[in-house]
Design a protein around this ligand. Sequence first.
Ligand SMILES: NC(=O)c1ccc[n+]([C@@H]2O[C@H](COP(=O)([O-])OP(=O)(O)OC[C@H]3O[C@@H](n4cnc5c(N)ncnc54)[C@H](O)[C@@H]3O)[C@@H](O)[C@H]2O)c1
Length: 382
Amino acid sequence: MKRFIVIGVGRMGSRHAANLYRGRVRGAVLAAVADCSGEALKAFSAKCPKAERYTDWRECVRLVKPDAAIIATPHYSHVPIASELIKAGIAVLSEKPQAVEIAEALYMNGVAKEYASVPYAIMYNQRTNPVYAAAKRITESGALGKLKRVSLTVTDWYRSQNYYNQGGWRASWSGEGGGVLINQCVHQLDVLQWLVGMPERLYAHAGTVNRNITVENEMYCYMEYPGGAKGTFTASAHELKGSNLLEIAGDRGKLVIGKYSMKHYSFTPSEERVNADTVKGYGKAAVRVKRYRYSLFRLIRDAVFGQQLNVIRRFADWLNGRADAPVAFGTEGVNALQFINAAYMSAYTGKAVQFPLDAEEYSKTLAIFKEEEKRDGKIFVR
Ligand SMILES: NC(=O)c1ccc[n+]([C@@H]2O[C@H](COP(=O)([O-])OP(=O)(O)OC[C@H]3O[C@@H](n4cnc5c(N)ncnc54)[C@H](O)[C@@H]3O)[C@@H](O)[C@H]2O)c1
C-alpha cells in the first residue's frame, strides 16, 4: 500500500485528495495533505475530517515520509516542488503544465534523468479519454499513412470577465505564465503532439479580445511538420458555443475527432495511388468508416469522480508494479509546453519559431511580458 500526500488542496487537489481519502485508488491511501492556505485546509477537512493536514509541505514530507506526492499547486511551483521531492526519492505525480517556461522543464527533465529510479508522471488526464486513446492506437499503427494535414480547434473554454476578476494567480504572466494556452489548451496540445509528434516550425498570432486581462484569450497557429505536413491550431476563450475538433488527415486515412466521438475513414487505395492511377480530373477511393464513442458509463464515471482519477489509479498501479507505465511520464510535459512557449514568442515577435525552442530566448521574452504586465501592458492587443 503506497502512502500518498497531496500538496495544494484547492479546486483540483482537494478532488485528488478526496478520491484517495475515500479509498478509490487501489494500492494507495491518503497519508496527509499540505496547503499554505489555512482556509483551503479548513475547507478540505470539512469534506475529509480525518485527513492529516499541514501548512508547510516540507514539514509534511519530513514527518509523514510518504511514498508519493501529487502536486496540485499553481504552475510556477510545480518544478521547484517536484525537483525537491524527486531528489528526496519520493514519487511525483505533477499537475499540468509541467512548468511555465521551457528552461524549467529542461532542468526538471535533467533531475528526472539523474534520479531515473524515482517515478515521475504528469496529469494529462485527457489521454484517458477513450476516443483519444483509440486515436493513439490508430496513429501508432500507421493506418493513416503519410501525414498530410492536422487541424485542431479548441474554442470551448469560454471564460467571462467575472472569471478573470476572481483574481488569484490565474490569467497573468506573473501568476501562471500565460492565458488560455497554458491553462486550458495544454491538455489538447499534449494530445496533439502525442498523436502526430511535434512540428518543426510554428507561426502564431495571439489576441486579448473583449476582456480586461494581460494574457491571451485567443491564439491562431500555423505549423509545419517533418515530412511536409501542415497544421493549424485555433484557440479561443471568448466564443459562445465553442468547438473542440481535431482532424488528422493522412494519405491512407483520416480521423475526425470530437470530444466524445471519432470517425476513422480508411481509403483504398491511398491518395497517392488515386492520383497516380486516375485518368479523370477528379479521383476517388473506396472509403470505410469506423465510429468510436466515449461510452455513457465512462462519461458518467469520469464526470462524477473526475477524469484525473484514471491517471491517479494508473500511477498507483505503476508504483505497485501492476502497470508498465503511467498515463504520461512527467518528462513528456516538455512538448506541449514547448509548443505554448513557441506560440507566445512567435506572436510577440511576429516571426516564425523553429523547434527546438531556444530556452534562454523564451525566458527573456517571458521576463519582458512580466515587466509590461506591471506597467499594465496590453501585450497581445493590436
Ligand atoms: N488536470 C486538470 O484537468 C486540472 C484542472 C484544474 C487545475 N489543474 C491544475 O492544478 C493546479 C492547481 O489548480 P487549482 O485550480 O486547484 O488552483 P487553486 O488555486 O484552487 O488551488 C491551489 C492550491 O495550492 C495552494 N498552494 C499554493 N502554493 C503552495 C505551496 N507552495 N505549498 C502548498 N500549497 C500551496 C493554494 O493555497 C491553493 O489552495 C494548476 O497547476 C492547474 O493547472 C489541473
